[in-house]
Design a protein. Sequence first.
Length: 228
Amino acid sequence: MKLMVVDTALGLCTVGVFAVDERGARPLGLRSEPMVKGHSERIAGFARDAAGQAGLDFADLDRIGVTVGPGSFTGLRVGLAFAQGLAAALDRPVVGVSALDALAASAGEATEVAALIDARRGQVYARFWRDGEADGAAEALTLEAAAARIGTMGEGAVLVGSGAALFADGSPERTILSLDGPAPEALARLAATADPAAAPARPLYLRAPDATPPTRLLGQARGPVRVP
């Protein structure tokens, strides 16, 4: 299988083309740079460069995979829109991959893994794994709740993601991988095995957006104010 992966959910802008078979994911072309904004201006060029480096046309792709979050609202929407548009133009399946799952897959063969994304406001997005199996769903946790959960993990555990460093002082016996985004090879492996029907390319939100709809329409009169 030849597939393209797109990741704009966290601190990277990544587009990679991979050949995936029973031996794993082999990179054919890759563009990846640290980026917190400006994805929309760069992503098409990254895709063109990755395909060119691989010596392939877009029509040679069998599938497209894209991170769906949790992560930056604007960034992940850019990646999703691009992946969905390209898949529609090529008539190819597109699958969504959790950024937390892809981070965990980037941690190697550790028995226990905590994938942690710094969600600001005293929280992390987190998911935990034991023996290769997810130990519960992805969730938004307070730093205190996440620290308590990490405290139950063994000494060989790996903490991975932008939120991992937040717990470094309390986890000297654990491995800290402060990644800005998942490894492209890990994302490619997950995208290759995902069922398109069970892994839709739509945003994964674990917390309500910071912006909220207005309580009244523009020009609409305010309601009466109650005076105590």
